[in-house]
Design a protein around this ligand. Structure first.
Ligand SMILES: [Zn+2]
Length: 485
């Protein structure tokens, strides 16, 4: 396979957000991991040298309380969850990926060093602080963000904090952030999320608290030079994008993956927009680092009718169970093609089954069987397949992280191929005019190979199986996707 277009060896850095380990992985995590992996695989096929990162966010009050509830040490608690999240690599079929934990020594060193730099540059100060705090978000909330004193995301009452804290001078970066947004017109994808964050900065920035008093919240990284405080979770976790690429110890690695790449591409959910595209960018500016390359913002995965998934409604879907039932590539298919690239979208087992039967068992699986049946029965040997260039529409969609549209392009090619078989009936022609029939079947195998190349970032295992069948000129022993009743 060769779909590269002269990007040989150029570095590309992409990361997911690090999930907060206070609960089991949900479909939203699966979607973000799979989509980032699709982009990582696509970039590798284009010839880029890719650093793909994920990991776990392990400090903060929510985790401390969970551990207390269970009567175990927080470290014991996060160790268990880190393993659960690590296992997603196999479950979701992720390609080579770095896994960083915010309790890793490498990260602790980075977070401390970052704090010192930011402090030495004059962007950290201490003040007495009274505020409303949502433990669910691990963020302070203003009255305008609350309804009846409750966080609108978590529907839980906020807590009142009255203590001396360290603050980050976020307000010093208002103009600089506006300038960044002007200079990089595709900095946040999609555009409607970019508008949201622009409007947020436009309303004016307030300095935010970046520490907690250790006596009230002990599970965090100590503030350098002040043992009575620990860093608050965002100021700690965001630095992991630098720690993952070796900063501050391995400057060569940092130069390659941060400076040569033009920064990291950060996949995140819409509830992370502010942290990723404003707070973190100001933090980078405070230590004189270039900004991230791009922020790609997903919608939420919901239940039927756009209703939030929740245990009490019984509409929670566990991605690990979906994979056990339907296989890794089927879940990847759903995340790539059945959900909007940027808006909220529903995931239910009924929808999974319907699309599996229609588009994988009947669609893709059938097409592979039909073509390879004709090929193995009528061709003297395997078809020599040449280089395949990605379809321009597919490239355009992938380059804008519109995975949904890229997947549609592949299914469009499948539909055209199906149409050719139905219209021209090569299975009949080969009986009447061998030469003409064989030529048509060879063309169809080449078309199938083209489909496999385009599928390989999205359904890597299936794409590999199709290429193997073409190389060996044989029919699949059993359907690629068995119909479900
Ligand atoms: Zn909240």
């Amino acid at each position: 396979m060769n779909a590269s277009i002269g990007q040989q060896g150029k570095p590309f850095y992409i990361t997911t957000t690090l999930p907060y380990v206070n609960a089991d992985p949900h479909v939203g995590h699966a979607m973000e991991f799979i989509r980032a992996d699709i982009i990582a695989r696509y970039k590798r096929l284009q010839g880029f040298d890719v650093f793909f990162n994920t990991g776990t966010d392990e400090h903060g009050v929510k985790i401390l309380r969970k551990a207390e509830e269970l009567g175990i040490e927080p470290k014991q608690y996060v160790d268990k969850y880190a393993e659960v999240f690590k296992s997603l690599k196999g479950v979701l079929g992720l390609s080579e990926v770095n896994f960083i934990r915010t309790t890793d020594e490498q990260h602790l060193v980075a977070a401390e060093h970052f704090w010192r730099l930011c402090h030495d540059n004059g962007f950290i100060y201490k003040k007495n602080y009274k505020n409303k705090y949502c433990v669910g978000c691990e963020l302070e909330k203003t009255d305008s963000e609350l309804v009846d004193g409750k966080c609108t995301i978590h529907n839980t009452p906020v807590e009142l904090i009255d203590e001396e804290n360290y603050f980050f001078k976020f307000s010093a970066f208002e103009l600089k952030l506006k300038k960044l947004y002007m200079e990089k017109p595709d900095f946040v994808v999609p555009a409607f999320r970019f508008n949201e964050i622009r409007a947020f900065v436009e309303r004016g920035l307030e300095d935010f608290s970046i520490s907690r008093i250790k006596s009230k919240m002990s599970w965090g990284i100590p503030v350098p030079g002040d043992e009575n405080h620990v860093m608050s979770v965002w100021f700690d976790a965001l630095v992991s994008y630098l720690a993952a690429i070796g900063w501050p110890r391995d400057i060569e690695k940092f130069e390659k993956w941060w400076l040569e790449t033009g920064g990291v591409v950060q996949y995140c959910g819409k509830d992370n927009l502010r942290q990723q595209s404003a707070m973190w960018q100001a933090m980078l500016m405070s230590v004189k680092f270039p900004p991230s390359k791009q922020i790609v913002v997903d919608g939420f995965v919901t239940g039927e009718g756009g209703i939030k998934m929740s245990k009490s409604l019984g509409n929670v879907v566990n991605p690990i169970e979906v994979v056990e039932q339907y296989g890794t590539d089927s879940l990847r298919y759903y995340m790539a093609r059945e959900l909007s690239s940027f808006e909220d979208g529903p995931f239910t087992l009924d929808r999974m089954k319907a699309t599996y039967n229609a588009n994988l068992a009947n669609g893709l699986g059938n097409l592979v069987s039909r073509i390879m049946k004709m090929a193995s029965a009528n061709l003297p040997g395997p078809v020599a397949v040449g280089e395949v260039a990605f379809h321009p529409e597919y490239v355009m969609a992938m380059d804008f992280y519109n995975i949904n549209k890229a997947a549609d392009v592949v299914w469009k090619i499948m539909k055209e191929t199906d149409h050719i078989i139905q219209e021209k009936k090569p299975f009949q022609i080969v009986k009447e005019n061998k030469e003409e029939g064989v030529a048509m079947i060879i063309d169809l195998v080449k078309k199938l190979y083209e489909i496999a190349v385009h599928l390989s970032p999205i359904l890597p295992q299936t794409a590999e199986t199709i290429q193997m069948l073409i190389r060996e000129n044989k029919m699949p022993e059993k359907p690629l996707f068995v119909r479900r009743d």
